[in-house]
Design a protein around this ligand. Structure first.
Ligand code: ZN
Length: 290
């Protein structure tokens, strides 16, 4: 008997990546559609998935904020987002209705943490935490196989940390908190200070040290709260050559030998590369019917 066929959705601010798969090693088809308006993008998403035959479940890994509480009336809705036209948009409802199957849902970054826990850099670990550092900064965690959630999904990009001395006077770019982690280390925060992306800066530019210092503080905060077996650092900023090594060195220095996890071992790039989002959707689909 064939294994179940799952629909996969990785919903992002600029594009939706779609797929159908029977397992992580059996992704049968993928496509991408631009994120325009809900009236255009949602039917296009449903049409493509429906064209691949009956699906056992759909996994939806989405940008946030999104309502992840299955008991809430707004479950599956994108909540207040700066992305024009998308606030209070029901993403999960149209999928369930059109495809007639269960929908498993979480944030893109929690989904990525799930994929890395099951099939990537976090295999065999008791817990995995995933930070994405790109246009924004977000984080998700899987503890004992379960995605971490409280009143809502975590917002790990929005805590304060000490300012690097070179940043004295920098107001940060987060509209809510100024100099939270996202306001200091996201792609736009890097450009706001230096005019270029981190990978475009000369190798000896102070920016490399500054951003590594913030990410190292984020690593230490995560260790202090969860002692995860792996802390995966993904997102566009992490493509900067040498950055992960700097983060490890700095985290070891700040941690001062206190934590069980040693940065050289536990701080890693995504084992699944840029597939962790889509495979995260697969994990969510599988959980929806297990
Ligand atoms: Zn913030």
């Amino acid at each position: 008997m064939d294994r179940p066929l799952y629909g996969l959705v990785e919903a992002g601010g600029t594009k939706f990546v779609l797929g159908v798969a029977r397992g992580p090693e059996e992704v049968i088809a993928t496509t991408r559609i631009p994120t325009t308006s809900p009236a255009e993008t949602i039917p296009a998403m449903c049409d493509w998935l429906a064209s691949h035959g009956p699906l056992a479940a759909v996994g939806l890994a989405t940008f946030g904020p999104v309502e992840v509480d299955p008991a809430a009336p707004q479950w599956g809705h994108i909540l207040g987002t700066p992305k024009p036209g998308w606030s209070n948009t029901d993403l999960a409802g149209p999928l369930a209705q059109r495809l007639g199957c269960p929908v498993g849902l979480d944030t893109d970054v929690t989904a990525a943490a799930l994929a890395e826990y099951r099939w990537g850099a976090g295999q065999g670990q008791p817990s995995v935490l995933y930070f994405t550092i790109g246009t924004g900064v977000g984080g998700g965690a899987v503890i004992g196989g379960n995605p971490l959630a409280g009143l809502s999904h975590p917002e790990m990009g929005h805590f304060h940390l000490p300012l690097h001395p070179a940043d004295a006077g920098f107001a940060g770019t987060c509209p809510y908190h100024g100099t939270c982690l996202e306001g200091l280390a996201s792609g736009p925060a890097i450009k706001a200070r230096y005019g270029l992306s981190l990978s475009e800066l000369p190798a000896d530019h102070i920016g490399h040290e500054v951003i590594a210092w913030y990410l190292a503080h984020a690593v230490i905060a995560a260790q202090a709260m969860f002692e995860p077996g792996r802390i995966v650092l993904g997102g566009g900023v992490m493509g900067t050559p040498g950055l992960i090594e700097r983060v490890r060195r700095e985290a070891d220095r700040i941690g001062n030998g206190y934590f069980r996890g040693k940065a050289a071992e536990i701080v890693v790039l995504p084992g699944l590369g840029d597939r962790s989002g889509l495979l995260g959707a697969l994990a969510l689909a599988q959980m929806a019917i297990s």
